[in-house]
Each structure stands twice: as structure tokens, then as C-alpha cells.
Design a protein around this ligand. Structure first.
Ligand SMILES: Cc1cc2nc3c(=O)[nH]c(=O)nc-3n(C[C@H](O)[C@H](O)[C@H](O)COP(=O)(O)OP(=O)(O)OC[C@H]3O[C@@H](n4cnc5c(N)ncnc54)[C@H](O)[C@@H]3O)c2cc1C
Length: 423
């Protein structure tokens, strides 16, 4: 089924209930938050815990964006190796960010525990798998730096990776013990539940149309009334569109798709048998994991193309056959994709768009832990903190001149990759 009305497999399989609530007339609050994903809801949870009144506006449903569609790899650090983060941000800021985001998965799992979030959480680490000898060299370079700063990662030999993954296809791997796996829709719905319990209000099916500064207040015009607030945080990431002029041109929008098999019972037991999730070092990255119901979920860059007989199904079948020749034929149940905000230097941003108006954005496909942490940092700032204590220095938004063209070129390359790997 290619059904974009269903957000993802996670939308159907999580036990955390959806929360739906229309907006009820004009509202005045301390903090207006646009976007019901990890960033917006973590901001709401932590701001409400600090005594701020806050109101979250979500255009569709909680988790409609990347938060309800992703792979569920709760990874430490950023997509870039730690040494590259330091080179880009400077020694002190870079090292501080790496430390904060190194501890971020533990914080995510502590929230899951504290709020009893039902999201198939597993803390068995994640595997960055080498697709080639060159990929292995890249992992060795990452491992050396992580070891230097005392992070619990293991560089896996080819045989060790094969044993953990259940496939001979990889040239080794990097096992990061800080990481884990979740059902991301379960986590984001759990954050919404926790934020409401802390006192935040959430309205769904409400689109923020415009932001106006009137006196010392912000007015958010929506399709269902206005929200007047002292501060506004935009948690719209790759799903931002037209609300703040030019914001969607500060990143390149790319897509990542996933395909889930039917529950396979003990046939899938040999696949990632120790419960890790995986992504690889290939230039067109792919991901692999299982869920609690015996499904294998496999994904790669690009959009879903076709349905049960389409290109993405053929790509998934062919890739699983290549990795796990003994698995046999499998049926596929669910196909979906989501948008990623890719920054030119692969570093996320925190922008102050105007006085009292902020947005953390540009997670480059790694937003579970960073979105949670940046939301918490927003709350700490607005509850009396200082901008200089944010995990990232505030930066002015910069337009990526060729964002739309680049987006189209990436999509063409990802489609060609699916086609090539389906043959
Ligand atoms: C397929 C895929 C796989 C990924 N895999 C991983 C992974 O394994 N691990 C990881 O850490 N990260 C992963 N990511 C990245 C991660 O999902 C995102 O970085 C993260 O979800 C961003 O969260 P967010 O809250 O900032 O934005 P989102 O979750 O995208 O939420 C933005 C929300 O804003 C709402 N919105 C937009 N405009 C308006 C408006 N005007 N009014 C009201 N609401 C509005 C949207 O409806 C949407 O719900 C993946 C992303 C994708 C797409």
C-alpha cells in the first residue's frame, strides 16, 4: 500500500494514542510553538515544566513531519565525524556540542522511562556499517576520535559485523553503545502526552499562516484564530513552508523512504539479532532495522516510487535478497517517505529570526536526540537563560541559492540509484 494518508508504519503500530484537538477561539499565552514534532513538543514539555504557558500549533497531526516517519535510530553526535564538527564550530563550541549530543540518547531514554512512553525502546546501540573498504577507513577515523574522547564505541571487524548483522555484505562496522532504537511515532506522541500533563496545550489541524510583531508581543495568525505570545519557537524543520519568508530556502529538501515487510516470525531472527539498528557508509545511504513484531524495515534516500509492484518494492526485495540470501521471498506491507532538511555544511542551526522568535532547524536526517535537546535548550533560554548557553551559537539564516535545483538533482540521483539497485 502506498498510502500517504497513513504517515508511516509507526503511525499504525505504536501503542501510544494519537491526540487530536481543534483550536478553541483566540488565545493568549507566554510561548507559541509551531510544529508538533520532537523540537516543538520537547520545547513545550520543558517550557511547561519551567512554569511557562505554552501552546503548540500543529497543521496536521502530532508526528506528521519527520518525527513520525523516521528510522528510529536514536544516535549520538551528529552525522559529521566529531573532528569535523570541531573544525566547523571551533574547538570549544564544537567539543561542547559533541559532548551534549553524545549524552543526548541517554536523555531521550530517560524521558521515555520517566513518562512511560510506549515506543518499542531498545538500548542496544546502533551499527554504522561499512559498504566498502573506503567506508571502513572512514569508520576507523571516526572510532579513533570517539576513543580519544572516551566514547563507548567498538570498531567491528568484518567477521564481527557479519555476526551482529547476520549478513556477509559489509566490510566492518562501528557499534555505538550510547545509541538505541525506538518507534519514533510512539516517542513523539509520548512527548505530546507528557507536555500536556505538564500543562502545555496542543492544537492539531491548525496551520500558522503569518507572524506579526505588535508592540512587544507576537501574533500568530492561524486558519482558526490568533495566538498572542511573548515568544514564538518554530519547530517546522523540513516541513516549513511560507510561514517565515525565505526559511525554506535555507536548506536543501531531500527525501528518505522506507519499506516494511509483513511480520516474519522467527524467519527474521538472524537479522540484527542483538537488536541494533543500522545505516551504512554508502554515498546513497540505506537503513535497516526490525520492529517488535518481527518486521524488517529497510530504507534509502529518495521517495517511494510505485506501489506493491513498483520500483521501491523491487529495490527492497532485491536488497534483502542480496543481504540475506537465506531469508527467502517476503511480502511488503507499508511504504512511506519523509522530508529531510540538509544544510550545506551538515550542521544544524539555531536561528533568532527576530526578537523573541527562534527556530532550531536543519538536522540533516539526525533529529531524534538533537531535536529533543534543542527543544529543551529553547525552553531553558525562554525561562530566563542566556543565548550564549545554547548548544549552538545563534546564526543568521543564509539562503542556499540553488536549494530547489539541488533538491531536484538529488531526487533524480536517488531515483536512478533505486532503479540501478532493483535490476
Ligand atoms: C525518513 C526519515 C528518516 C529519518 N531517520 C532518522 C533517524 O533514524 N534518526 C534520527 O535521529 N533522525 C532521523 N530523521 C530526522 C528526524 O526525523 C528529523 O530531524 C526530526 O523529526 C525533526 O523534528 P522536528 O520536530 O524539528 O520537525 P518535524 O517532525 O518535521 O515536524 C515539523 C512539523 O511542523 C508542522 N508544520 C509545518 N508548518 C506548519 C505551520 N505553518 N503551522 C502548523 N504546523 C506546521 C508539520 O506538519 C510537522 O508536523 C529522519 C527523517 C526522515 C524524514
Amino acid at each position: 500500500m502506498t498510502d500517504q494518508r497513513v504517515i508511516s508504519l509507526w503511525d499504525m503500530s505504536t501503542e501510544e494514542p494519537d491526540y487530536v484537538s481543534p483550536m478553541d477561539g483566540d488565545i493568549a499565552t507566554d510561548l507559541a510553538i509551531v510544529g508538533g514534532g520532537f523540537t516543538g513538543l520537547s520545547t513545550a514539555l520543558h517550557a511547561a515544566e519551567r512554569g511557562l504557558h505554552c501552546h503548540v500549533l500543529e497543521a496536521r497531526r502530532v508526528g506528521y513531519g519527520g518525527s513520525g516517519r523516521n528510522v528510529g535510530l536514536v544516535n549520538a553526535g551528529l552525522w559529521l565525524p566529531p573532528q569535523d564538527v570541531r573544525a566547523l564550530l571551533g574547538e570549544a563550541r564544537g567539543a561542547a556540542l559533541i559532548e551534549i549530543l553524545g549524552e543526548a540518547p541517554a536523555y531521550v531514554f530517560s524521558l521515555i522511562d520517566r513518562h512511560r512512553i510506549q515506543c518499542e525502546a531498545k538500548r542496544n546501540g546502533s551499527i554504522h556499517a561499512a559498504h566498502s573498504p573506503k567506508g571502513y577507513d572512514d569508520l576507523a577515523r571516526r572510532a579513533e576520535e570517539w576513543h580519544r574522547i572516551g566514547a563507548p564505541v567498538d570498531l567491528l571487524s568484518r567477521a564481527e559485523a557479519a555476526e551482529k548483522i547476520g549478513s556477509q555484505a559489509f566490510h566492518g562496522g562501528l557499534l555505538d553503545h550510547r545509541a538505541g532504537l525506538i518507534n519514533p511515532m510512539g516517542y513523539v506522541r509520548g512527548l505530546a502526552r507528557a507536555a500536556r500533563a505538564a500543562g502545555a496545550t496542543i492544537s492539531t489541524g491548525v496551520t500558522a499562516k503569518a507572524l506579526r510583531r505588535v508592540g512587544n508581543k507576537w501574533i500568530v495568525d492561524t486558519d482558526q484564530g490568533t495566538v498572542t505570545a511573548n515568544w514564538v519557537v518554530l519547530g517546522t524543520n523540513a516541513y516549513t513552508h511560507g510561514l517565515w519568508p525565505g526559511l525554506e530556502n535555507t536548506f536543501t529538501k531531500i527525501y528518505f523512504f522506507q519499506v516494511a515487510t509483513e511480520p516474519l516470525g522467527d524467519r527474521a531472527d538472524g537479522v540484527l539479532s542483538q537488536g541494533q539498528g543500522l545505516w551504512d557508509t554508502g554515498p546513497v545511504m540505506f537503513s535497516l532495522r526490525r520492529d517488535d513484531f518481527g518486521r524488517i524495515i529497510i530504507g534509502s534516500m529518495g521517495k517511494v516510487i510505485g506501489d506493491q509492484d513498483g520500483l521501491s518494492r523491487r529495490w527492497a526485495a532485491r536488497t534483502l535478497r542480496r543481504l540475506f540470501p537465506d531469508l527467502g521471498d517476503v511480502a511488503f506491507e507499508t511504504f512511506w517517505h519523509g522530508a529531510i532538511a540538509l544544510m550545506p555544511d551538515h550542521l544544524p542551526r539555531i536561528h533568532r529570526l527576530d526578537k523573541g522568535l527562534y527556530t532550531p532547524i536543519g538536522y540533516n536526517g539526525r533529529g531524534i536526540a538533537p531535536g529533543t535537546i534543542f527543544g529543551k535548550a529553547m525552553a531553558e533560554l525562554l525561562a530566563g537563560g542566556r543565548e550564549r548557553d545554547l548548544p549552538l551559537p545563534i546564526k543568521d539564516p543564509a539562503t542556499v541559492g540553488s536549494a530547489r535545483v539541488m533538491s531536484g538533482l538529488y531526487q533524480a540521483a536517488f531515483t536512478a540509484n533505486q532503479l540501478w539497485k532493483s535490476l
